[in-house]
Design a protein around this ligand. Structure first.
Ligand SMILES: [Fe+2]
Length: 131
């Protein structure tokens, strides 16, 4: 959605307007195409995603990611002055809050499960079955 908004904002802009908006370097590299990158120009890479294979670790990572996304939307809203940009950003920010809540619920479910007493039953080894 953010890529679509950036595209819509740039599609009728002249190179001079893009330069004045502070996106000259982006325009030089990508024209008006949508290229996922950070505000500092670092291209998106899956290397920023982490998976450990442990539900506590992975859910905690997801919780942090949702809050980082919410924070990014907050800062974008703070810098925007176009209501047609602000409203979708508010929608996206609210989604991150809901995602955070759902991951929090999942984490509590996992933690509750880990707190439950467990009964481990081992099969009787063969040597114990001899008469
Ligand atoms: Fe999210």
């Amino acid at each position: 959605m953010v890529g679509s908004m950036v595209y819509q904002l740039m599609k009728n802009a002249t190179p001079e307007e893009i330069e004045r908006a502070g996106a000259g370097a982006y325009y030089t590299d990508h024209g008006k195409g949508v290229y996922p990158q950070s505000a500092a120009g670092t291209p998106f890479t899956a290397a920023v995603l982490q998976v450990k294979g442990d539900p506590i670790v992975d859910l905690t990572e997801n919780l942090a990611a949702e809050q980082k996304a919410r924070g990014t939307y907050e800062w974008l809203i703070n810098m925007a002055d176009d209501p047609d940009v602000i409203e979708p950003l508010k929608f996206l920010r609210e989604r991150e809050v809901v995602h955070y809540q759902r991951f929090g619920e999942a984490l509590r479910i996992v933690q509750d499960y880990l707190q439950e007493p467990k009964l481990f039953i081992m099969p009787k080894p063969d040597f114990m079955n001899r008469d």
